[in-house]
Ligand binder design. Structure first.
Ligand SMILES: [Zn+2]
Length: 298
């Protein structure tokens, strides 16, 4: 990486939070556990002839262990972590297959089928920090902000919706207290050739309790995950649970890279999105609430 480009981390952690509906369980295998685990594994290895295997297994079971803590410096082997989690935990990219089995009349793309060139493009930061929890993001909100920053959307740009709700992480309010996109606002972005939209909220639509409450009250099923379900009609990717948009020094002029992990057959994949900010970006003209001193130097 050349010294004139700054990398801004736009991701939030994958972490074990008891109230996170994404459910993350992290089981560490510690360095101290390691000699015992690898010793047992080696003793029962299938990669040696049967007679050797039997000899090693009997030796292990009778206490003659060839690999134990004396086999490693300070008695410590390699650490490891085993995870049980949803592909929607932490920062992740939703593919059309998450929204439904078909999209635009064809089989919906799974995350391993996403063209990677969709996931790298010029970023456009839309300021929405005055939106309150449970409020809807409308076409008017988007056009007012685009007017303010003097930007016309171009096909292939990656739009980032900056609500500031990542500051609620890691509290329960993070999951229930954010504004949400509306179908007309989503449709507006897609009409302008946008295929990838990132948000710093836990979900792209309104919080689940808000949608469910409205559905219970009215019986109108269009309250339930309307933007996600609109993804059956028009193809797009959404990046949920991004963060640190306040570290971007300007609303445009940077490149977003948001490559999802290649989880075969899944409707989403975890990602570590970053913004590549060139040194020549003019930060003086725009008051964007930026805290550029926090920016990580590349
Ligand atoms: Zn998701």
């Amino acid at each position: 990486m050349d010294r004139t480009t700054t990398i801004v981390d736009l991701s939030m952690p994958v972490a074990d939070l008891p109230f996170d509906p994404g459910v993350v369980k992290i089981e560490p295998w510690t360095h101290a556990d390691g000699p015992r685990r690898i010793g047992r594994k080696a003793a029962f290895s299938r990669h040696v002839p049967l007679a050797t295997r039997l000899g090693r297994a009997i030796g292990y079971l009778t206490g003659r262990r060839r690999i134990d803590e004396r086999s490693f410096p300070d008695g410590l082997f390699l650490g490891n972590e085993f995870l049980t989690l949803s592909v929607h935990a932490g920062t992740h990219v939703d593919a059309p297959f998450h929204y439904g089995p078909t999209c635009e009349g064809k089989a919906a793309k799974k995350i391993h089928e996403i063209p990677l060139d969709w996931c790298v493009g010029p970023g456009v930061l839309i300021g929405l920090t005055d939106k309150k929890p449970g409020e809807s993001i409308t076409v008017e909100d988007l056009t007012a902000e685009l007017d303010r920053i003097g930007h016309e959307l171009q096909p292939g740009e990656i739009v980032l919706l900056h609500t500031g709700s990542d500051h609620l992480w890691p509290t329960p309010a993070y999951f229930g207290g954010h504004p949400g996109m509306t179908v007309p606002a989503l449709d507006f972005l897609l009409d302008h050739g946008i295929r990838v939209i990132g948000t710093d909220t836990a979900g792209f639509d309104l919080p689940a309790p808000v949608m469910i409450e409205r559905y219970y009250r009215t019986g109108d099923r269009t309250h339930l995950w309307p933007c996600h379900l609109f993804g059956r009609t028009r193809e797009y990717l959404q990046i949920e649970r991004m963060g640190h948009f306040d570290r971007l020094p300007a609303p445009t002029g940077f490149t977003v890279c948001c490559l999802p992990i290649n989880v075969r057959g899944a409707g989403a994949g975890w990602a570590r999105p970053v913004a590549l900010v060139p040194a020549e970006i003019d930060t003086a003209a725009i008051d964007n609430g930026a805290t550029s001193s926090e920016v990580v130097r590349g």
